[in-house]
Design a protein around this ligand. Structure first.
Ligand code: PLP
Length: 462
């Protein structure tokens, strides 16, 4: 399998180079040259596999022989052995048509572990194979940072520096990042917002001399390995229902920010999984919901919500969908992205808009509605949703037809967002691993927001 750019200016590269490149050199995003098609017979066989076995089969389709199968198997097994649930991503039944796919049983209690445990091991493997160091630099609004740090802490050949906005992440998120005392981890708390952190990272990556000299690599969700890792649980969830006697199509409702997770669902469908609707759930930052209903992709004003990991105006994976929407034509994508740069909007009309509306149903969930949903599910099912998952549940309830089978992706454990849950006077007991964080010392440096200051910190760290 080779990988190409959505903008067509990168000659096809292999899997490992695609992982290392992150953002394509022409400014586009990397996609597989062909999407592998999975036959009905193969799907039948896959139904019997455990999560790691299934992940191995799916990754094999995308990795070819670039990583020997035995090595790939070890990478996969190591990545999912850290999950607390035997099924890795279990499906819970709420009633005959409502299911929750729990993606939060990894080390940091958020779904990002599913991809970042794997990516961390993959980077470490590549570092050992190529005998080179890998320096990971990233910005986080909370979940990605903790998950990326857990993915690489203590690993040979890798150092990681994560910027987060000082005192603007949830308490548990802050503790998860800063209580880690491995020599290869540096936490910088920036006096500013998440956007300030992202701007610094962007500037440092744009400084080509600095980037090359220090072997900087990204971990953001545009990395194709993250998307591939996330396709696995769509298949796995479907198979879990099939084993319980369910047949036919299933809808998935996906709490969406950067469009990575729902794009993985779109890819699973294109590979041949029997997906009915992909429900795109947003919070009040509803650019993507507006796109699906009106065909206009245009950032609005930023809104702070109870689901901060979805507080995103420009969805970094969206370009991948445009590529498929326009028949895998890099010229059209290049034009559309140039138009977006010039006018800050993309408009899709006619047949293309009809296609968008066939691919997705979308709903934007208000702040109060999010909290109402948490209360409602707690009373009705005795099930506590985190505020991100609550957006998915609210959208699913709004859009699913009577009796239609819907799986809501649960992207975080409620303990990570207790601040929101307490607003509805619901008290929860923290899992032991989270409770323990409160007694640990923190390792973090508070810094101002200048590029120069961050650069100096990095140079002495590396
Ligand atoms: C990152 C994140 C999301 C959004 O996922 P995308 O792939 O960016 O769309 C949703 N919920 C939680 C808890 C997250 O951490």
């Amino acid at each position: 399998m080779k990988y190409i750019s959505t903008r067509g200016q990168v000659s096809p590269i292999g899997f490992i180079d695609a992982i290392l490149m992150g953002l394509a050199d022409d400014g586009g995003l990397l996609v597989p040259q062909h999407i592998p098609q999975v036959s009905e017979a193969t799907l039948q066989k896959w139904q019997e596999l455990s999560y790691p076995e299934l992940a191995l089969e799916i990754f094999s389709l995308y990795v070819n022989d670039e990583i020997p199968r035995a090595d790939l198997k070890k990478l996969v097994d190591d990545s999912y052995a850290t999950f607390r649930d035997e099924a890795v991503t279990p499906v819970r039944k709420l009633d005959d048509s409502r299911y929750i796919l729990e993606l939060f049983h990894g080390p940091t209690f958020a779904f990002k572990d599913v991809a970042l445990q794997f990516l961390g091991n993959l980077y470490s493997y590549v570092s050992a194979k190529t005998n080179s160091v890998i320096h990971i630099l990233g910005a986080t609004s909370g979940d990605t940072g903790a998950s990326a740090i857990e993915g690489v802490r203590g690993k040979e050949g890798i150092r990681i520096c994560i910027l987060h906005p000082h005192q603007k992440v949830s308490k548990v998120q802050e503790l998860q990042m800063t209580t880690i005392n491995d020599a290869n981890v540096l936490n910088l708390a920036v006096e500013g917002t998440f956007d300030d952190c992202q701007r610094i990272i962007k500037d440092l990556f744009a400084d080509v001399d600095f980037k090359v000299k220090y072997h900087l690599r990204a971990i953001n969700s545009i990395n194709i390995a993250r998307i591939l890792a996330q396709t696995v649980y769509y298949f796995y969830a479907y198979f879990q229902l099939a084993k319980q006697g369910h047949s036919g199509k299933v809808s998935f409702s996906v709490p969406t920010g950067n469009f990575g997770d729902i794009f993985a669902g779109y890819l699973a469908k294109k590979m041949g999984l029997s997906v009915d609707k992909l429900v795109l759930a947003t919070n009040e930052n509803n650019i993507l919901a507006r796109f699906v209903s009106e065909g206009v992709y245009e950032p609005g004003a930023f809104r702070g919500t109870h689901s901060p990991s979805m507080d995103i105006q420009v969805a970094s994976n969206f370009e991948r969908y445009l590529f498929y929407l326009y028949g895998e034509d890099p010229q059209t994508v290049t034009q559309l992205m140039a138009q977006f740069k010039a006018d800050s909007r993309i408009v899709v009309t006619g047949d293309a808009l009809k296609q968008v509306q066939a691919d997705f149903a979308a709903y934007s969930v208000g702040n109060e509605e999010c909290l109402d949903t948490i209360s409602e599910y707690y009373q009705k099912y005795g099930y506590l949703l985190d505020p991100h998952t609550a957006c998915g549940a609210a959208a699913s309830d709004k859009l699913a037809a009577e009796g239609e089978t819907a799986i809501v992706l649960s992207t975080a454990h409620p303990a990570k967002f207790d601040e929101a849950i307490r607003l509805r006077s619901i008290s929860q007991t923290y899992p032991e691993q989270i409770q323990q964080l409160f007694d640990k010392p923190q390792f973090v440096t508070v810094v101002g927001g200048t590029n120069e200051e961050i650069k100096n910190r990095l140079v002495s760290f590396f």
